[in-house]
Design a protein around this ligand. Sequence first.
Ligand code: ZN
Length: 173
Amino acid sequence: MTNRITIESVVDLLAHAKAMETEALERYLDLAEQMEVHHNPEVAALFRKMARVEGLHVEKILEKAGDKTLPHIPPWEYQWLESESAEAITVEDAHYLMTPHHALTLALRAERRAFDFYSRVVATAAPGEVLELARELMEEEGEHVGLIEQWLAKVPEPDEDWAEDPDPPLLQE
Ligand code: ZN
């Protein structure tokens, strides 16, 4: 895995952005459903709002792309951007046991990843259209990070046994 970033054209940037933002949109819809299952309409509503916001990014990206064909970016080509360790929870791991705190932690991780991605493009791009678009998206993702952080501070930390297996391999206390 390399940390080298090779965004050299608007089409490159748009393709990466589209892949990431589409994933974010889907993740938020998924998280919203999970929070509805948890009877946490407040956090569900936040995720629905985030899904709309990321959906606007997808629209913006498609608009900028116009009739240019964007190359397909498979997930493994942008997932190296993951800035945190693999031990962090995933939607698949946590699933129905997930608390709002976990859900928001996941969201924060995704927003930071998007922010890091655009900020690396901003740091390396020459003046021009790529730089301008990357900066615009970076600023918006920075706002999302702040929003999720505020929400995270409002929800209680999960109990230690939140993911307790009903048939655990170790003796319980
Ligand atoms: Zn975002």
